[in-house]
Design a protein around this ligand. Structure first.
Ligand SMILES: NC(=O)c1ccc[n+]([C@@H]2O[C@H](COP(=O)([O-])OP(=O)(O)OC[C@H]3O[C@@H](n4cnc5c(N)ncnc54)[C@H](O)[C@@H]3O)[C@@H](O)[C@H]2O)c1
Ligand SMILES: CC(C)(O)[C@@H](O)C(=O)O
Ligand SMILES: [Mg+2]
Ligand SMILES: [Mg+2]
Length: 347
C-alpha cells in the first residue's frame, strides 16, 4: 500500500508498481475467471483480463445479442464462451456483471454454483447492500469481493488499449478463504485499473449512485439544459447556445481541468471570466446543495435502489430507457450538438 496525501487526508492506495501484473498473474494462476454478463463492464473487464494473460471464460445466454457480440470479440463457444450456468460451474471466481436488476432474477440459478472456496465478484455494492430488496445473500464459505471501475466499461477498454488505466475502488465483504485480499487486488490490477482505493460495499454503492445521479450524469444534464433554455429564450441561436453551454466545456475547458485542476483552467481564461466564475460558483453550490442532500437521502434510504430495480426488471426496460434516451437525443440542444460535432475540423 502506498500512503498518499489527498488534500490533507492520508489514504492507502494500491498501485501497479507495488502490485505488478506479474504478481497478479501469480496470485490467480490456478483460477478460472467466469464473467457472467456481457453488457458494458463485461466486455471491458473480460477482454482486459484476457489480454493481460488471465484464464477467462464468458457466460451468456445462447441466442442473445450479447452472445453474438462475445463471438465477434473473439470468445469461442465451447472453449471460452458458455451458457451462464456452465460458465458459473467452471469458474472459481465468478464475476457477476449482469445489470444490477438482472442479478436478482439470475441469483437463484447462480447460487448453487458458489461452492466452497470460490469467489463471488461484483463491480457495485448494490446487490449485497440492498439485500432486503435483491435477496442476494451469498453462502458463508465463499469470498465476496468488489472491484468497481470508476467509469464506463467502454472507457476501461479504451484506456487499456491506449496503455493507460481507469481508477477503481475495491472492497471485501467476506473473506472465507483467507485469500480474498490478494484475489481482489489481483483482479483489480488485471481488469486494467490505474490504481485501487479501498472502500466497503455500502460506501461504494452510496457514492456511486449519488455520483451518477448527480454531477457525473444527472446534474450536469440539468445544468446544461437550464442554461441552454435561458439563452434560447433570450434570443440566442442554437449554435451560440450550444457552444456556450457544452462544446466549449468538453472541447476546451474540461481538458484543462483534467490536466491541472479548476484553478488552472480559470487562470487560462480572461480575468473578466475569472471574476465572474469566482463570484457565481458559490451561488450555484448553494442552489444545488439541497438537491444533493435530497439525492443522498434517497440513495441511503434504498429508494433509488427500489426505483432502479422496479424500472429495470420489466420485460421492456431496455425499450423504455431507449425511448427516454431518444427524447434527449432529439431535444433541440442535443440536435444542435450533433450539428456542432460534425463541424469539428477533424470530424
Ligand atoms: N456500465 C458501466 O460501465 C459500469 C461501471 C461501473 C460498474 N458497473 C456495474 O457493473 C455491473 C454490470 O453493469 P453493466 O452496465 O455492464 O450492465 P448492463 O446493464 O449492460 O447489463 C449487463 C448484461 O445483463 C444482461 N441482463 C439484464 N437482465 C438480465 C436478466 N434478467 N437475465 C440475464 N441477463 C440479463 C443484459 O442483457 C446485459 O447483457 C453492474 O453491477 C453495474 O452497476 C457498471
Ligand atoms: C459509469 C458509471 C456511471 O460510473 C457507473 O457507475 C455506472 O453505473 O454505469
Ligand atoms: Mg453506477
Ligand atoms: Mg460509477
Amino acid at each position: 500500500m502506498a500512503t498518499i496525501n489527498f488534500g490533507g487526508v492520508l489514504e492507502d492506495v494500491v498501485t501497479r508498481e507495488e502490485f505488478p501484473m506479474e504478481k497478479a498473474r501469480e496470485v490467480l494462476k490456478n483460477e478460472v475467471i467466469a464473467i457472467i454478463g456481457y453488457g458494458v463492464q463485461g466486455p471491458g473487464q473480460a477482454l482486459n483480463l484476457k489480454d493481460n494473460g488471465f484464464n477467462v471464460i464468458v457466460g451468456q445466454r445462447k441466442g442473445s445479442k450479447t452472445w453474438d457480440k462475445a463471438i465477434a470479440d473473439g470468445w469461442v463457444p465451447g472453449q471460452t464462451l458458455f451458457e451462464i450456468e456452465e460458465a458459473a460451474s467452471k469458474g472459481t471466481i465468478i464475476q457477476f456483471l449482469l445489470s444490477d436488476a438482472g442479478q436478482i432474477s439470475l441469483w437463484p440459478t447462480l447460487k448453487p454454483h458458489l461452492t466452497k472456496g470460490k469467489a463471488l465478484y461484483f463491480s457495485h455494492g448494490f446487490g449485497i447492500t440492498y439485500k432486503d430488496q435483491t435477496g442476494i445473500i451469498p453462502p458463508a464459505d465463499v469470498d465476496v469481493i468488489l472491484v468497481a471501475p470508476k467509469g464506463s466499461g467502454t472507457s476501461l477498454r479504451r484506456l487499456f488499449l491506449a496503455g493507460q488505466g481507469l481508477n477503481s475502488s475495491f472492497a471485501i465483504f467476506q473473506d472465507a478463504t483467507g485469500k480474498a485480499r490478494d484475489r481482489v487486488i489481483a483482479l483489480g490490477i488485471g481488469v486494467g485499473s490505474g490504481y485501487l482505493f479501498e472502500t466497503d460495499f455500502l460506501k461504494e454503492v452510496t457514492s456511486d449512485l449519488t455520483g451518477e445521479r448527480g454531477s457525473l450524469m444527472g446534474a450536469i444534464q440539468g445544468i446544461f439544459a437550464a442554461q441552454y433554455e435561458v439563452l434560447r429564450k433570450n434570443g440566442h441561436s442554437p449554435s451560440e447556445a450550444f457552444n456556450e453551454t457544452v462544446e466549449e466545456l468538453t472541447q476546451s475547458l474540461m481538458p484543462l481541468v483534467a490536466e491541472n485542476g479548476m484553478d488552472w483552467m480559470y487562470a487560462n481564461c480572461s480575468t473578466t471570466a475569472q471574476r465572474g466564475a469566482l463570484d457565481w460558483w458559490k451561488k450555484f453550490k448553494a442552489a444545488s446543495q439541497p438537491v444533493f442532500e435530497e439525492l443522498y437521502e434517497s440513495v441511503k434510504s434504498g429508494k433509488e435502489a427500489a426505483r432502479s430495480i422496479a424500472s429495470n426488471s420489466t420485460p421492456d426496460y431496455r425499450e423504455k430507457l431507449n425511448e427516454e434516451l431518444k427524447e434527449l437525443r432529439e431535444s433541440e440542444m442535443w440536435q444542435a450538438g450533433a450539428a456542432v460535432r460534425k463541424l469539428r475540423p477533424n470530424a
